[in-house]
Write a protein that binds this ligand. Structure first.
Ligand code: UT7
Length: 327
């Protein structure tokens, strides 16, 4: 089978920055509470006219440039998101149109904050079997549009952004292992009840705030720590590696305390962890690809480094991926 690897990355966040001090004026919260409980200091927020496909398109164009590929070379576009422009058509089709990827298939994938890892895994299968040669995988979110800005339990956590990678066949290294899991019994710990076929949009659904994120933060926190542990342990076993073989860990950027708990358990030293949630908050499916792009551009990732990507989110879903970086 052909090896699949990442050959280019790109990301984009909206210009407007919402600081914790701004949130202090919107809900009953403090900078001190947000920083000590989450590690988040600010987040980027899209303006009224900006949708998921706009951020996804910008990230995609940067990834194409970094991989030295033209839109015509793209065989498939996968967009992982919980905040698509609309229910249909797929945001991936809107990106396909925007970048002029005229020979490409396109679909969206919804696996909460684990969506990018699901997308990367699907893409790597298509490359490994030789079905496709060049795939654009994007995680893009405009969570500010579904956040309840009166709910201090959730509105301080999330931010907007998009990250993209180009997955193609490589001669050595590349995506070494994937691990994906789901547990639908925890679906109501983190969800948006309105807008689908179960609770279509009505005046009542709007009044009852069914079109906003609902989260049992404490329960998600406990699940997240367990998920980080399970996803790390299982992928290391699958890859027959130990944590010492990993050069950098890029976790889902939800909460510094969740990352620290997992890092303590595996004795991962601070310098091997990549954290940027202080600047962006939790960008759901966009958080890992944005962090990957930033880590690479900051020189934190060197050729032949082993990278562990690990994440968790709504569904419930969780997963991980080990990549031997070779570009
Ligand atoms: O991508 C996956 C999605 N989500 C997550 O990963 C989130 C996982 N969960 C978490 O990160 C944490 O559970 C939170 C950051 C959401 C909350 O932290 P916590 O340490 O679990 O706090 P808590 O929910 O136990 O709340 C403690 C207190 C409560 O007050 P009482 O009931 O003890 O009086 C909350 O009402 O903190 C209060 N609180 C706040 N206070 C100031 C909740 N939100 C805020 C706030 N500012 N923004």
């Amino acid at each position: 089978m052909t090896r699949a690897g990442i050959i280019g990355t790109g990301s984009c966040v909206p210009k407007h920055v919402l600081k914790n001090s701004d949130l202090e004026k919107m809900v009953e919260t403090t900078n001190e509470w947000i920083v000590t409980r989450t590690g988040i200091k600010q987040r980027h927020i899209a303006n009224d006219g900006t949708a998921c496909s706009d951020l996804a398109t910008e990230a995609a164009l940067k990834a194409l440039q970094s991989a030295n590929k033209t839109p015509d070379e793209i065989d498939l576009i996968i967009v992982a998101t919980v905040t698509p422009d609309m229910n249909f058509p797929a945001t991936a089709c809107l990106v396909q149109k925007n970048i002029g990827a005229n020979k490409s298939a396109a679909f969206d994938l919804e696996s909460g904050c684990t969506g990018f890892l699901y997308g990367l895994t699907v893409a790597s299968q298509f490359i490994m079997t030789g079905t496709y040669k060049c795939i654009l995988v994007i995680g893009s979110e405009v969570l500010s549009k579904i956040v309840d800005w009166e709910d201090r339990n959730t509105c301080v956590l999330f931010g907007d952004g998009a990250g993209a990678v180009i997955v193609s066949n490589v001669n050595e290294g590349g995506i070494l292992q994937n691990y994906l899991r789901a547990d639908g019994t925890g679906g109501e710990l983190l969800f948006m009840p309105g807008g689908g076929s179960r609770n279509p949009a009505t005046l009542a659904s709007v009044e009852e705030k069914m079109h906003h994120i609902k989260m049992k933060g404490n329960d998600v926190f406990k699940f997240a720590v367990r998920a980080m542990y399970d996803a790390t342990e299982n992928i290391l076993n699958k890859a027959q590696m130990s944590i010492e073989d990993i050069d950098i860990v890029i976790p889902h950027q939800a909460n510094k305390r969740i990352v620290n708990a997992a890092a303590r358990r595996f004795k991962i030293p601070e310098e091997k962890l990549f954290i940027n949630l202080d600047k962006y908050g939790n960008m759901s499916g966009a958080s890992i690809p944005v962090a990957l792009d930033e880590a690479f551009n900051e020189g934190r990732i060197k050729k032949y480094d082993n990278i562990l990507l690990v994440g968790f989110g709504a569904g419930l879903t969780w997963g991980s991926c080990i990549i031997n970086w070779n570009y």
